[in-house]
Design a protein around this ligand. Structure first.
Ligand SMILES: CC(C)(COP(=O)(O)OP(=O)(O)OC[C@H]1O[C@@H](n2cnc3c(N)ncnc32)[C@H](O)[C@@H]1OP(=O)(O)O)[C@@H](O)C(=O)NCCC(=O)NCCS
Length: 149
């Protein structure tokens, strides 16, 4: 690619770099264990962690999955030093391609209230606000990963 940005699925050796990027992008929350989230998403074939690289460095991410009904995208981030250079678009295009290959025809994502930066980005990519509220309930502590992962 002429812009030097490539998107691929995450590997074991990427984990700490991904977590560092999420930290720099303001996506870490004390109640979420990012390493567990990465391992869980990578432990089955209906979700994936994508990384965008530039000069071998990880500059973008998206965690993508499908739940048998809709596609979902989490942890979308680009390196703060590389914003507005197409990294976010590239990871989202790869996420949408991966979902389409899975047969998913509609993709959704959650944006925290007040994250105008993300709203502007998603609107530019053709996403619309569903005006829905997200309800959540914690069922247990993060579970064990499936055997072999
Ligand atoms: C949101 C985020 C991923 C965008 O990444 P990015 O690499 O800057 O995005 P891109 O450069 O690929 O932008 C794609 C398009 O959206 C536009 N865009 C990006 N941010 C925008 C904004 N805040 N408002 C309006 N348009 C925006 C770009 O101009 C570009 O348009 P173009 O392709 O027509 O030129 C990045 O700002 C980020 O990591 N934010 C912090 C983490 C976060 O909030 N993630 C979302 C969680 S829901």
């Amino acid at each position: 690619m002429s812009d030097g940005i490539r998107v691929r699925s995450a590997e074991d050796a990427d984990v700490e770099e991904i977590v560092a990027l999420w930290g720099a992008a303001g996506l870490l929350r004390p109640w979420n264990d990012p390493r567990h989230d990465i391992a869980f998403a990578r432990s089955n074939n209906h979700s994936i962690v994508l990384v965008a690289t530039h000069d071998e460095a990880i500059v973008g991410t998206a965690m993508v999955g499908q739940d048998g009904h809709r596609g979902w995208v989490y942890y979308v981030a680009s390196d703060p030093d590389m914003r507005r250079h197409g990294v976010g678009r590239r990871v989202m295009e790869a996420a949408e391609r991966w979902l389409a290959e899975q047969g998913v025809w509609k993709v959704q994502l959650l944006v925290r209230s007040g994250n105008r930066e993300a709203e502007g980005f998603y609107e530019k990519l053709g996403y619309t606000d569903t005006q829905s509220k997200c309800f959540q309930k914690v069922l247990s502590k993060p579970g064990r990963l499936p055997r072999g992962s």
